[in-house]
Design a protein around this ligand. Structure first.
Ligand SMILES: NC(=O)c1ccc[n+]([C@@H]2O[C@H](COP(=O)([O-])OP(=O)(O)OC[C@H]3O[C@@H](n4cnc5c(N)ncnc54)[C@H](O)[C@@H]3O)[C@@H](O)[C@H]2O)c1
Length: 470
């Protein structure tokens, strides 16, 4: 297998040419090759410094938070946090001062202490990380900045909550793991979809054995946002979307990994990835270029395929399908499908459905299952979450749970191994696509600890005392 992979690296990746150079997230094709070879070495020799799965940091009764990246996602996070008692918005940072204005006003209206502000340069976030009275750095910037910011924040002694995907390259994934283990600082990837109502309930059902032994899971990011991507042919979203791979895997994958106990009883073994050609994006660019010269360059681009399908096999013989498609005219879907020896669940098209035999259960049984298997933490905070909102409430459940765990010194639901594992799908899929869908090993970021790590605990044991501010 290794010899085959190396041969491919020497031939077909280089043969893939300039497009790959521009679109891998690595500066050059040679870097991608080198990265995969180095990572193979790292995978074999790496030793865990400290197991951050199940790690409980000292309790922080009032969590002081510094936010970096006050765009649409960052400002919504600030607003949500203001609904959680015993938290403090200690600092706000963006390159542009005007991005901070709304949050400054929000704090004033809520009669909160004025946050320290950092703006005016691309590097000013480092000062926020260095600020002494901060416990947690909350990062909602473009993807390429996630790992550098997270690593620096942990080096400065801060816990980190970072938007998805936490890392763009395999090196970044290992960097997060190594830094979190060495500094004993949490690095939590903000995968809100794990907390969506049906997803978290079916995770709980899987853990309780209702679905039997899970054999297969499916997750996806299928969201027609072609017009947003083509808003302007510059900017970070545009650049990121030039890569040819499974570009946004964590929303669909996170809940499946929770249910299947990935990093906590099972581990991904290897991945293969395949993409369609592009049947829409260049055409769109050409149409726009006809009336807007800003799109002339874009019209010449050979875009990546519209639909990516990646498949993972786990060490315990299970499979996970992960799809990505942001251009096809089809309804939104994260698939969320779990298939076990005793049951089956599927969320999309909504509403979610459950089968414990040949047919889906009826409405009354569904209600009973919801009552029985909606985890305690969701029942506790769901009413408040629906009021505050954020993708129907799941964003608030995630933030509240994160604060509750930090305040009570509890392990986080999502640790650095999840951040690395769920993010690494993108660089691995880029490699696989460039190599005729050849398979590639998924690094074990836990260095074998997955065999004894325990499943995520969705109870409120030793916590649940963090108050909602209406
Ligand atoms: N979990 C979810 O449901 C979800 C939804 C949307 C976006 N996201 C993620 O959130 C992140 C942000 O997305 P967004 O839609 O808010 O993007 P955005 O472009 O609206 O916001 C990004 C912000 O980061 C700022 N920024 C850029 N470089 C910076 C730097 N060097 N220092 C400080 N600030 C800097 C920008 O000025 C901007 O205000 C992305 O990683 C995205 O993938 C997650």
């Amino acid at each position: 297998m290794e010899i085959k992979r190396r041969n491919f690296l020497k031939t077909s990746v280089i043969g893939a040419g300039a497009l790959l150079i521009k679109t891998t997230g690595y500066a050059k094709v040679e870097e991608l090759n080198e990265s995969v070879n180095n990572i193979e070495q790292t995978n074999k020799t790496k030793k865990q410094l400290y197991n951050m799965c199940g790690y409980a940091a000292p309790a922080i009764p009032t969590v002081r938070i510094g936010f970096i990246g006050i765009g649409s996602r960052g400002s919504a996070a600030v607003e949500r946090i203001l609904h959680i008692n015993n938290t403090e918005v200690a600092a706000l940072c963006d390159v542009y001062e005007e991005k901070i204005n709304d949050c400054r006003e929000m704090l004033m209206k809520k009669k909160q202490k004025k946050a320290k502000e950092y703006y005016g340069s691309k590097d000013t976030w480092k000062k926020l990380c260095e600020q002494k009275d901060i416990d947690l750095v909350y990062i909602a910037t473009p993807w390429a900045l996630h790992t550098p910011m997270a690593v620096y924040a942990m080096e400065c002694g801060k816990h980190v909550a970072v938007e998805v995907p936490a890392a763009c390259t395999l090196e970044e994934c290992w960097q997060l793991v190594e830094t979190s283990e060495r500094t004993k600082k949490h690095c939590c990837q903000l995968e809100n979809c794990c907390y969506d109502f049906f997803e978290i309930m079916t995770t709980n059902m899987a853990h309780k054995g209702v679905l039997g032994e899970l054999m297969h899971g499916e997750g996806a990011y299928i969201h027609e946002i072609l017009n947003n991507i083509f808003d302007r042919p510059t900017g970070w979203r545009w650049q990121e979307n030039r890569k040819n791979g499974n570009l946004y895997p964590t929303h669909g994958l996170g809940p499946i990994c929770w249910a299947m106990n990935i990093n906590r009883g099972d581990q991904m073994d290897y991945l293969t990835s395949m993409a369609t050609d592009d049947f829409m994006m260049q055409e769109k660019a050409r149409q726009l270029a006809a009336s807007n010269p800003a799109f002339e360059e874009a019209a010449k681009i050979k875009f990546r395929g519209n639909l990516n399908t990646s498949l993972v096999r786990t060490h315990k013989g299970k499979t996970i399908l992960i799809q990505h498609d942001i251009s096809s005219p089809r309804p939104y879907s994260r698939l969320h499908l779990l298939s076990g020896t005793k049951g089956f669940v599927q969320k999309y098209p909504e509403p979610g459905k459950i089968a414990l035999g040949h047919g889906f259960v009826d409405e009354a049984t569904m209600k009973q299952l919801e009552e029985k298997f909606t985890p305690e933490l969701v029942k506790h905070i769901s009413e408040a979450a629906k009021k505050v909102g954020g993708h129907g409430g799941m964003d608030f459940i995630m933030d509240w749970r994160l604060m509750d765990c930090l305040r009570n010194g509890l392990p986080l639901d999502m640790d650095v191994y999840d951040a690395a594992n769920w993010s690494c799908i993108t660089p691995l899929s880029i490699w696989s696509i460039a190599n005729r869908s050849n398979s590639i090993d998924v690094p074990d970021f836990t260095c074998g600890a997955w065999k004894t790590n325990t499943p995520v605990d969705l109870t409120l044991r030793n916590g649940g005392n963090t108050e909602f501010i209406g």
